[in-house]
Ligand binder design. Structure first.
Ligand SMILES: [Zn+2]
Length: 376
């Protein structure tokens, strides 16, 4: 809740310095990266762009999802087998069936050459030291830059189970409960460290793409299961310290068969957090602000719509950002809106990313002036 202006944040991944370990191979000539210093710089950059709720750019891990390889036991990788569909491509499966030549030409949803991740034994959390380092780096960077509000992201057990199947567990349920129990150690470390925890759960909505055989009822059953699972993992964490990010997968593509927000919104808001991050800044999902004309966001909850997007290199005009925010404010109330991004912004070029985050802040200032002056 903000009582005098719209606060600003983003979804997590920011442009990474060359040499920082990631999913792509590091260039041989890249200089070694001092992660603490890189986090300090990325916090300074966010503050310079006018962002209020800032993070470490996800520099402490290789990606929003695949980092579990380094923090959960028995998560292994192997090369893709000939003819095998990568689980990352499955998140665009309905799109792929409709646009086969397009996806063939671009090498799937995320390009070729990615390893397959599988679980091959019991799941335990082994990332205690890594998450403690993430917390320490962000705390130092906030202090150094005069920032008071920080967030750290952590993956949902639902999305891990979708992207990284288990060869070990007797059934999906057993696997997901183990994932939830393991990941909640990380959730606690983030909240105990004094930061907002952001649960990343793209699999909540894009499982629909991965299962073309599903009916809408099947999809809703999946999401209802996801609500129970995430709430189980969050069971003793304060909801006002947790927000939930859902999206329709970060891949660039048509997205014409994404499940619609109005089909899921009643389930989404049952997740026991205080803020929901959704897409609202791209050509496929922007219109969904209308959902909140009819659907009443429950008391005490806020919304962080994307008002700039990773989906296009075109930098949003601050006036458009302000318009987007004002539409959401109309349905939800100005105090309950946080200006956000559709998904992780490292999907666009670093120069474009920072320009978009500046536009986000500028647009939020415009919307705040109009929303609060109008009410005065
Ligand atoms: Zn996302």
């Amino acid at each position: 809740m903000s009582h005098d202006r719209i606060l600003t944040s983003h979804v997590g991944a920011l442009p990474r310095p060359p040499g920082l370990p990631g999913l792509a191979p590091t260039a041989a000539d890249a200089p070694p990266v001092d992660v603490a210093r890189a986090v300090d710089e990325v916090v300074a950059h966010q503050r310079a762009c006018g962002l209020d709720i800032v993070n470490d750019g996800e520099f402490g891990k290789i990606s929003f999802l695949h980092y579990v390889r380094d923090r959960l036991s028995n998560m292994t990788t192997r090369p893709l087998r000939p003819g095998e569909l990568h689980s990352a491509d499955a998140v665009a499966l309905r799109d792929m069936q409709r646009f086969p030549a397009y996806f063939q030409a671009r090498g799937g949803a995320f390009g070729r050459g990615r390893a397959v991740y599988e679980c091959t034994g019991p799941v335990r959390y082994t990332g205690q030291s890594a998450i403690a380092t993430d917390v320490r780096h962000l705390r130092q960077a906030l202090q150094a830059n005069g920032a008071s509000q920080g967030f750290l992201t952590s993956i949902s057990p639902l999305t891990v189970s979708l992207a990284m199947p288990s060869l070990h567990h007797r059934n999906e349920e057993e696997y997901r409960i183990e994932l939830a129990d393991a990941l909640r150690e990380e959730y606690h470390a983030i909240v105990d460290g004094g930061f907002m925890l952001q649960i990343d759960d793209p699999g909540f909505a894009h499982a629909w793409q991965a299962h073309p055989e599903w009916t809408l009822d099947d999809c809703r059953a999946w999401c209802a299961h996801g609500v129970e699972l995430v709430n189980y993992a969050l069971r003793d964490l304060p909801p006002d310290r947790v927000r939930f990010h859902m999206c329709w997968g970060s891949y660039h593509g048509p997205h014409v068969v994404d499940v619609e927000l109005h089909n899921l919104i009643d389930l989404l808001v049952r997740i026991n957090v205080s803020c929901y991050s959704i897409e609202g800044g791209n050509a496929r999902h922007e219109h969904e602000w209308q959902v909140f004309s009819d659907f009443k966001l429950p008391e005490g909850k806020s919304l962080m719509p994307g008002v700039v997007s990773h989906a296009t290199d075109t930098v949003e005009h601050p006036e458009l950002v302000a318009q987007r925010l004002m539409r959401f404010a109309e349905g939800v109330g100005r105090e309950r809106i946080v200006a956000g991004t559709d998904c992780g912004m490292m999907r666009v070029h670093p120069e474009i990313c920072w320009a978009k985050l500046e536009a986000l802040s500028a647009g939020a200032r415009l919307a705040s002036q109009r929303l609060w002056r109008r009410a005065a």
